[in-house]
Design a binder for this molecule. Structure first.
Ligand code: ADP
Ligand code: ADP
Ligand code: ZN
Length: 218
């Protein structure tokens, strides 16, 4: 199963990715998580991408394509993968199509999570993430059991620096300008289906599963 989750920052991609990946037993690959890990470790890549991310700009395509190719070369992707946050530009999508074609592979579906911008601002400013395992919480809609502590691993919950309001506005503008054209791109390829991401987390998940199963005939 090869899937892409598309949608603006805060649409719920990470939240849904965790569930879909567990259901199909495929790794969920988040370019954002990989970049944050590299920044934490201060690797060369981390230093190269840090400024872009803190400003809410996109990381240059070459850097993104490099880490994606490296990650997809890992053996755990043999049965497929779910991409969260990649591709994010038309050139990334085109390069990814070439990569798949070379391997004789194709995508099963592209899921678009649609959420209005006003809701996204509230979602992102209330988002908290586990510093240790990356699990996603929200101060109103998905509270942790013990304040500030991850339900899954007891790690500390933090607010991402790029979730402060000033950067959020820029990220939403960047999405409209650079990522939105991908919806058309995958629509024309006959791969896209849309889910209303403003519904409760479990309802969104059900609709995603129904959409995937319709497409792959499972
Ligand atoms: P993305 O990966 O698309 O940026 P996240 O999965 O991190 O989005 O979700 C953004 C925020 O919104 C998080 O705080 C998350 O807990 C919350 N959230 C996700 N899905 C929903 C939903 N369906 N309803 C309400 N809040 C949600
Ligand atoms: P969100 O889902 O909240 O938008 P991500 O964790 O996916 O956040 O991404 C965080 C940041 O990492 C982005 O704002 C961007 O700077 C960078 N990034 C992640 N994926 C890509 C990508 N495919 N292309 C360019 N930049 C990316
Ligand atoms: Zn955790």
């Amino acid at each position: 199963m090869r899937l892409i989750l598309l949608g603006p920052p805060g649409a719920g991609k990470g939240t849904q990715a965790a569930r879909i990946s567990a259901e199909f037993m495929i790794p969920s690959i988040s370019t954002g998580d990989m970049f944050r890990e590299a920044i934490k470790k201060q690797t060369l890549l981390g230093k190269q991408v840090e400024q872009y991310i803190s400003r809410g700009e996109l990381v240059p395509d070459e850097l993104v394509l490099g880490i994606v190719a490296e990650r997809l070369a890992q053996p755990d992707t043999a049965n497929g993968f779910l991409l969260d946050g990649f591709p994010r530009t038309v050139p990334q999508a085109e390069a990814f199509d070439r990569y798949l074609a070379e391997k004789g592979q194709s995508l099963n579906a592209v899921i678009e999570l649609a959420v209005d911008p006003e809701i996204l601002v509230t979602r992102l400013s209330g988002r908290r993430v586990c510093q240790n395992c990356g699990a996603v919480y929200h101060i109103v809609t998905k509270k942790e059991k013990q304040t500030g502590v991850c339900d899954l691993c007891q790690g500390q919950l933090i607010q991402r620096e790029d979730d402060y309001e000033a950067t959020v506005r820029n990220r939403l503008a960047v999405y409209t300008r650079q990522t939105l054209p991908l919806i058309r791109y995958y629509q024309e390829a006959g791969l896209l289906f849309r889910v209303d991401g403003t519904q409760p987390i479990s309802v969104v998940y059900q609709e995603i599963m129904t959409g995937i199963r319709e497409r792959v005939g499972q």
